[in-house]
Design a protein around this ligand. Sequence first.
Ligand code: ADP
Ligand code: MG
Length: 369
Amino acid sequence: MKIQLQNLTKKFPNRNKKVHGDVIAVDHFTFEIPDGKLIGLLGPSGCGKSTTLNLICGLEKPTEGKIFFGEKDVTNLPPEHRGVGMVFQNYALYPHLTVKQNILFPLENLKGEQKLTRAEMLERASNAAGLVQIGDLMDRKPSELSGGQQQRVAIARALVKMPHVLLLDEPLSNLDARLRLQTREEIRKIQRATQITTVFVTHDQEEAMSISDGIVVMKEGVIQQIGKPQEVYDDPVNLFVAKFLGTPPINIFHGKVHDRRLYIGESPVLPVSGVTDREVWVGIRPEGFLLQEDGPLSCSLNGVEVMGRDISIVSTHPDCENVALRSIAGSESHVDTSSDTVRFSLKPGKVFLFDKDSGERIREGCYEK
Ligand code: ADP
Ligand code: MG
């Protein structure tokens, strides 16, 4: 089922008396989630991700705008009639019920036409439990489960109603690193198998990038960019998006464009065309540096970290905003660690220019009006 958000806005009254005006948690969102896809909603804490999910599932009413499931306007439909399954960060299982009773719970409250026989309920519960591989834990209580197992029960409980839409609000945040990786793969598998249109909320860019068909990057209630993870990484629209995606993070330099050349400090590092002379922020992805003995960008070498497949060259540069500049090279690369300096040339496709004031991307070939 396709989901459409049209001009969706949610304002909350401000509780902080020192600040005037409402909090705009979600600010005029317009986007479409294609049928059967998994979309990652990504942004720092407080940017409005949970509010967006609560609007989609009906726990919150929008101040403005509309929500469509397929062609149907669900903006005023109560949550129980939307056919949405929701999973929260903190599992929210009933502690006094067994796993099986927890999963059956949403089915036992179905009324009218939706009402199921006991046998149908048991079959659905057993299917949902099978999907998340907890079939052998059905008689345990939540307190007898690990965090990862509890989260699977929560996912099974959301799936058991066979929802049209699955909403996951930071479902992996309470899990340790290894379980987080494993569970995210499983969520992806279940989503592919069931083809339920899914919105996955996270503040972790790596998590969003790894499992989403598309990502929506948010900042302070405003959508910054929508696209396939790789497209957004390769072509960020502004400094915020460029900095938010990528590990190690993008390296940011003060630079200037003069006479068709990009300068970092006194060194011309790349030719650029179609950009008027001006000061710029220069963003360079860690994989955008090429080790080159007479390369134009000279940095003070701190050391080399071996990461197996790659090495990470750690250095500093007076015009670099990052505490340490990190560049990635293949493990076969040779870096003379006895030297104080390391020199690079740059890969043009991995270097982005941004406006010094607005942080908007400056694209080559676009002269300022
Ligand atoms: P996220 O999930 O991205 O961390 P939220 O959607 O929870 O962000 O919150 C977005 C903004 O809305 C925050 O500034 C938060 O303080 C505010 N907010 C959320 N819920 C309420 C509420 N019920 N009342 C007042 N302000 C709220
Ligand atoms: Mg949240």
